[in-house]
Design a protein around this ligand. Structure first.
Ligand SMILES: C[S@@+](CC[C@H](N)C(=O)[O-])C[C@H]1O[C@@H](n2cnc3c(N)ncnc32)[C@H](O)[C@@H]1O
Length: 305
């Protein structure tokens, strides 16, 4: 018996959960609001009601805290230290298609919409998430079913047949792989498994890059409340959080198992959260999902050299 019983379906979807915010005030960053107005052409006066309506649809599909807390519209990539470099990597180099980018665990693919709005051809953008309805609903959210030509593929990153079905033909394809708020969902062993797949997905060329951001912790290790792993039929989820040192070590292990030692430049910055700050990069306050000393935020990049 655990002291964190697996919630029933009803409890999981309950709007009384503390991570189902009733009020959007302070939780939609100006850059996200601008994207909905300028890219999705939603009249400014309709943005709030549109977000509430679509949040409830996404919540009914899979009630992740990031949905309840409106974080699904947060744009972290434009604040990443490698963002300008990323844009230069993705600049089309005719003739032919590409360079390509994949957003792993993309949820509603808000980062891909933001890149499309910044001028990156959406045909070069790919996203994947285990919740397929997030991907389909995202076109309603962004009002871009007829214009967004990215490839959005439902897949569980741990599927043993990943490269034979959902990711078929994707080996050695991507100049950029992004993982936002993704790696920290998993234990250490699973993180290595995810990163092995990332190495397989990345172009085996100098300059290709894996980057992202996630909740971290000083010293690296297992942190957070006991939670239900909605996606693994219940049970306690062990989530390994990183700082700069533990992330470099993780990638050292990945290089070892993929036979790519010495081929990577690993950079990261960890920032401990300020008192009262939630599990985000300083933008929206609110409830902190992770508890304990030394919790913060880590941004990372891993470049093939
Ligand atoms: C915390 S959200 C982050 C979403 C988005 N990347 C962002 O930065 O806003 C984690 C996402 O990972 C997806 N996910 C969780 N486990 C997964 C798995 N095994 N394979 C693929 N996607 C998964 C979830 O459905 C969810 O959309």
């Amino acid at each position: 018996m655990t002291d964190s019983p697996v919630p029933s379906r009803l409890e999981k979807f309950s709007k009384e959960n503390p991570w189902y915010y009733k009020d959007l005030t302070g939780h939609l960053a100006p850059i996200s609001r601008k994207l909905l107005e300028e890219y999705s052409h939603i009249p400014p006066e309709d943005v709030d009601s549109h977000v509430y309506k679509l949040r409830d649809i996404l919540w009914s599909q899979a009630p992740y805290p990031c949905i309840g807390e409106f974080k699904f519209l947060t744009l972290n990539l434009p604040k990443h230290p490698k963002y300008k470099h990323l844009l230069s990597l993705l600049r089309p180099s005719p003739p032919g298609p590409g360079p390509f980018m994949l957003d792993l665990g993309c949820c509603i693919a808000q980062e891909l919409r933001s890149l499309a709005h910044a001028g990156i051809p959406s045909t070069n953008l790919f996203g994947s998430d285990v919740v397929s309805s997030y991907l389909t609903t995202s076109c309603e959210l962004f009002n871009d079913a007829s214009t967004f030509q990215a490839t959005l593929v439902p897949a569980n990153i741990f599927s043993p047949t990943l490269f034979e079905d959902s990711f078929k033909g994707w080996e050695n394809k991507f100049t950029v792989v992004h993982a936002g708020l993704f790696l920290h969902l998993f234990n250490h062993e699973q993180q290595i498994a995810v990163c092995e797949r990332v190495v397989k997905l990345m172009k085996a060329e100098k300059g290709s890059m894996f980057l992202g951001e996630m909740v971290g912790c000083r010293g690296g290790g297992y942190r957070g409340p006991k939670q239900t792993d909605f996606w693994a039929k219940g049970g306690e989820r062990k989530q390994f959080l990183h700082d700069e040192e533990s992330f470099a070590k993780l990638w050292g292990d990945v290089a070892e198992v993929t036979g790519t030692k010495g081929q990577w430049k690993v950079e990261s910055t960890f920032r401990e959260r300020a008192p009262g700050e939630g599990d985000a990069d300083g933008e929206s306050k609110g409830r902190a999902f992770f508890t304990g000393e030394g919790i913060g935020w880590i941004k990372f990049s891993v470049e093939r050299i």
